[in-house]
Design a binder for this molecule. Structure first.
Ligand SMILES: Cc1ncc(COP(=O)(O)O)c(C=O)c1O
Length: 397
């Protein structure tokens, strides 16, 4: 067996199951704010595009994907991230992936050099795949705490140059899971300069980029930073996008990576052997999804309603802010996060995730301690009921 498997932590949901095992909840309807799975209806025109092309199941898909999909993605990136027309060559700068999860994992295997004793630097708390991918690639994860005093972003200025020197891959998650924090455009530009200076790759996980609040101000991404810097080759920069959250299609398993053509060439080679080509019907359905923004705007309206209602109920009793984006709340808990989670389940039958399950302790600091993650994915009425129960629970002390 691969010894590195022993380095993997139990997934947060396993830890949560163990925490709640044997706890008897009251006879109220269960409400899960724990799982970050979109629950809004997926667009019917995507399902129609999928079913209209099922005869394509008779062909093997290519790893590179259909030119029409890569074209649709390149155009979407140009529209959405203000990338000058023609900079993203669909043939070289875009690859389809089966959701960002597998892509983040596989990308790490491609980028990390096993012989170099390198670091994979990531925010802390973080999406668990970054860590597992780094460990299985033979790298050492290095965690940067995301604290409220820095807007829940890592304090990149405080990172010693020895760390940047050993860094092979920097993960960004913007908007972040679980913090909802956006990495500001100026920070992205500074990080690109650091990547040039110390020769590392930036992997920007932007799978929540379409869940934001101000319709007039879509959040920038790493491609926007490249565009503003005149970096038309996107050198050292790769972004990860997905239809899962944007279009409520987590079951379609469809996303893309875009950026540095040299890196994507190696990634394509890796993927060819790994065997993770996207089925053609999925590709055709994905083209329909990337070409439409009406359903994405409607999706944001639903999240906005939920955040307004839930924050109205929770802000009087908890230290909790509206995130820059995503569907998460990341409140501070009045008691430690595991006790809060267990007691909330025991008294109100509402499930949240302890923040410390999503982060790691470095020294004596665990940036997820005394916080919980709440995903506002359930329908409005259910989110409101959960918030009312949480409010009553906190008030009762
Ligand atoms: C930060 C982050 N990245 C990536 C993913 C993976 O999403 P998908 O594989 O559906 O694109 C998730 C899913 O929850 C996530 O929270």
């Amino acid at each position: 067996m691969n010894d590195a498997l022993n380095l993997l932590q139990p997934y947060p949901f396993e830890k949560l199951r163990a925490l709640l095992a044997g706890v008897q909840p009251p006879a109220k309807k269960a409400i899960a704010l724990s799982i970050g799975e979109p629950k809004h209806r997926s667009p019917s025109f995507v399902a129609e595009a999928l079913s209209a092309s099922l005869e394509q199941l008779s062909v093997y898909p290519t790893t590179l994907g259909l030119p029409a999909l890569r074209e649709a993605v390149a155009q979407w990136c140009e529209r959405r991230f203000r990338v000058p027309a023609g900079w993203l060559d669909p043939a070289r700068h875009v690859l389809p992936v089966n959701g960002t999860r597998e892509a983040l994992f596989a990308f790490t295997q491609t980028v990390v050099n096993r012989e170099s004793n390198g670091l994979v630097v990531s925010p802390n708390p973080f999406y668990q795949i970054y860590e597992g991918a780094a460990l299985l690639a033979g790298a050492t994860p290095h965690y940067l705490p995301c604290l409220p005093e820095n807007g829940f972003n890592p304090d990149f200025d405080a990172v010693p140059s020895e760390v940047w020197q050993r860094c092979e891959l920097l993960f960004l998650c913007s908007p972040g899971n679980p913090t909802g924090a956006l990495v500001p455009l100026e920070t992205l530009k500074k990080l690109i300069a650091l990547a040039d200076e110390h020769d590392f790759v930036i992997a920007a996980d932007e799978c929540y980029s379409e869940l934001y609040f101000d319709e007039q101000n879509p959040p920038p991404g790493l491609l926007t930073a490249c565009a503003e810097l005149g970096r038309s080759d996107f050198r050292r920069c790769v972004v990860f996008h997905s239809l899962s959250k944007r279009s409520n299609l987590p079951g379609l398993r469809s996303g893309f990576v875009a950026g540095d053509a040299e890196i994507l060439k190696s990634f394509l080679l890796y993927r060819t052997y790994h065997g993770c080509a996207m089925p053609v019907p999925t590709q055709l359905a994905s083209i329909a999804a990337w070409n439409d923004e009406v359903h994405v705007r409607a999706n944001r309206v639903l999240y906005r309603e939920k955040f307004d209602a839930v924050l109205g109920l929770l802000q009087p009793v908890l230290d909790v802010q509206r995130p820059d984006g995503s569907f998460y709340l990341w409140p501070r808990t009045p008691v430690d996060d595991q006790s809060f989670t267990r007691e909330l389940f025991a008294r109100e039958h509402v499930t949240v995730v302890p923040g410390s399950y999503l982060s790691r302790s470095v020294g004596d600091l665990n940036p997820g301690a005394n916080r919980v993650r709440m995903a506002l994915v359930a329908p409005l009425a259910e989110c409101v009921e959960a918030a009312e129960r949480i409010r009553d629970f906190v008030r009762a002390g």
